[in-house]
Design a protein around this ligand. Structure first.
Ligand SMILES: [Zn+2]
Length: 340
């Protein structure tokens, strides 16, 4: 039987003015049928070109929710430019509430720019890279930290070699006015959407929000942060304000080095003795790991290796030996302070 080779395509005209709804079609492959990813676009003519993606990881529902909320008010509020919103770029993982795509077991955020003849995750990445990404200068990729981490509302960027692009990226990240802007030294950046977007000269803001589940307060902060980003780009009029998080409305820029990742010394249950955004001193007790297989194995105390800020912490889920349990961070001079 002859098979027609389909290529990724849109069912809507993004160049048409006004509001458009449609899909990005990811072709059928050897492992799965064709997928139709929902796409929403608002074209108000000249101005910034922004792509907003959500649902790259299926157990991070805050992104798709905030992307859907934007559909309620952005058509009224947007005064110029073009915004393309793809709220759920990995529907297979979102429907399964799993980080990785269940069909091929792959992490969509490690296979960019994808392959047209690859597995379903690679075909999604290929479609997004080839069709959506070239239509934007700036990307907001809406993640959260997933159900097993406590993490403050944050915009994360990785250090990049191009100093000009790095400055623009940090400016964009700080414009969200989230409680934390985090410069994250990461050991495994190949195949990430942000790595690929940076290689194409795009500014990308990756938002992260943890807390063990989807909650109204966290979603409000997240939505405010995205609105601040839209205001900073000039797509929406208004005054941006730092959202209130745990009775504070401050924003700070932090830097996490590879050495700021603490791993679990054993298999067991993690017992936190500090909270996210705590400032801890070297030698402070910040958590305890309880091995449970044998109670004769004593609990293991975990101390802060240096004076730092607790940026992320495991919550929920049995911890294996060697898994990350803490992300600590230090302060970083913000671009606002350095541009004076
Ligand atoms: Zn994610």
């Amino acid at each position: 039987m002859a098979t027609m080779t389909e290529t990724p395509h849109l069912t809507l005209d993004l160049d048409a003015p006004g509001v458009r709804l449609g899909h990005l079609v990811v072709p059928k492959g050897h492992d799965y049928e064709a997928l139709s990813l929902p796409v929403f676009s608002i074209n108000r003519g000249e101005g910034p070109r922004l792509l907003i993606t959500g649902g790259i990881h299926g157990d991070e529902l805050e992104g798709p929710i905030v992307a859907r909320r934007l559909m309620d008010w952005l058509p009224e509020a947007q005064t110029c430019g073009r915004v393309i919103i793809a709220p759920e770029i990995n529907p297979l993982a979102v429907q399964a509430w799993t980080r990785n795509t269940p069909v091929d077991g792959k992490n969509l955020n490690r296979v960019f720019p994808g392959r047209a003849d690859g597995s379903v995750s690679e075909r999604i990445a290929d479609a997004v890279s080839r069709i959506l990404l070239p239509m934007a200068d700036t990307v907001f990729d809406l993640h959260s930290f997933g159900p097993t981490w406590d993490f403050p509302p944050a915009v994360v960027t990785h250090p990049i070699a191009d100093a000009d692009l790095m400055a623009k990226t940090v400016w964009m990240a700080e414009a969200f006015k989230m409680p934390v802007t985090l410069i994250w030294e990461h050991p495994d950046r190949v195949g990430m959407l942000d790595t690929w977007a940076h290689s194409q000269g795009k500014v990308i803001a990756v938002t992260e929000l943890g807390g063990g589940g989807v909650g109204a307060e966290a979603l409000a902060i997240y939505e405010d942060g995205v609105r601040n980003g839209l205001i900073a780009l000039g797509l929406v009029k208004g005054r941006s304000a730092a959202p209130t998080f745990r009775h504070q409305n401050s924003s700070r820029t932090l830097k996490k080095l590879l050495s700021d990742e603490l791993r679990s010394p054993a298999r067991g249950i993690f017992d936190p003795r500090s909270s996210v955004l705590d400032e801890v001193k070297q030698g402070d007790l910040i958590g305890v790991l309880h091995p449970m297989d044998s109670l004769s194995a004593g609990s293991i105390e975990i101390y802060a290796p240096s004076t730092s800020i607790v940026c992320g912490m495991r919550c929920g889920g049995y911890v294996e030996a060697g898994e990350n349990i803490f992300y600590l961070a230090g302060t970083h001079k913000s671009s606002v302070a350095s541009s004076e």
